[in-house]
Write a protein that binds this ligand. Structure first.
Ligand code: ZN
Length: 272
């Protein structure tokens, strides 16, 4: 936690066993410009396990928001420079885990694979124990995490245990080989199951860029959640190794090169 970014807050008043009160974050999201078109949005006060990358891609004809964070705070209200009614982005969900679709309900156009339960309620929590039950985390993973997965609250009086993942209304289902045309950039949908049944990545062949969601990122990959399929994940890893690209903008952790993509895929294939 960066001390400069928080101010004193109050403990929750729910009567739950008192832990150290969480401070109030001055700012919930950070937005980092990657290049002329791409901005990375993230939530620094969310534990790294649950802290996802949201990618905003500005196009000549249309903007895209790839994933939407946890939904602790309004993404739309927090980023008026990027998201406004005259620059209404299309939201594409790489998959429907809570850390990727929390603010999707704020947007009118939400696209996702049909195998993802974006409209189902009650699937998220900021509390490790509850989240483990809801998404199916292993005991070892639970033991490695703190009981609460944020280190600040977004506003005074915020009750961590009252967080809910809001369902999203999917307005277009995406499938393998669908193309998303932004006017000056085309992204092709790759259906890459394993982490979840409807996980997709978006490939920008012209720029050599893959937006990979949780299909692959530079940390421990999860293949034992509800809906995970290690056999499908192996096929996905083999397919990833065939892709021509320069950079992977993933759903968690820093971006990486094609060389690192191959290392990560090989590690998975050699150890699972
Ligand atoms: Zn996920």
């Amino acid at each position: 936690m960066e001390a400069a970014d928080v101010q004193d807050g109050q403990a929750n008043s729910s009567g739950t066993p008192a832990a150290t009160p969480l401070p109030v974050a001055r700012q919930w999201f950070t937005a980092t410009r990657i290049d002329q078109a791409i901005t990375l949005i993230t939530e620094p006060h969310v534990h790294p396990f649950l802290r996802s990358n949201t990618w905003h891609v500005r196009g000549r004809g249309r903007d895209l928001l790839i994933d939407t964070g946890l939904g602790v705070q309004s993404l739309r209200a927090s980023l008026p420079g990027l998201v406004s009614t005259d620059r209404e982005p299309v939201v594409v969900l790489t998959h429907a885990h809570p850390d990727h679709m929390g603010s999707a309900h704020e947007f009118t156009e939400v696209w996702a694979h049909e195998a993802e339960p974006a409209a189902a309620a009650g699937r998220g929590s900021l509390m490790t124990g509850n989240l483990a039950t809801r998404i199916g985390m292993s005991e070892a993973l639970v033991a490695a995490l703190p009981p609460v997965l944020i280190d600040a609250i977004p506003e005074p009086g915020y009750q961590v245990e009252n967080y809910e993942l809001r369902p999203a209304r999917v307005t277009r289902t995406l499938a393998e080989a669908d193309e998303i045309d932004l006017g000056d950039r085309v992204l092709r949908v790759l259906h890459l199951p394993g982490h979840s049944p409807g996980s997709i990545a978006l490939l920008d062949e012209e720029n050599g860029t893959l937006f990979s969601g949780d299909v692959i990122y530079d940390e421990l990959l999860l293949d034992d959640l509800h809906g995970s399929d290690p056999t499908a994940y192996r096929a996905t890893m083999n397919r990833l190794r065939t892709l021509e690209l320069k950079v992977v903008h993933a759903g968690h952790e820093p971006s990486f090169s094609r060389t690192r993509l191959h290392e990560l895929a090989n590690t998975y294939l050699n150890t699972r």
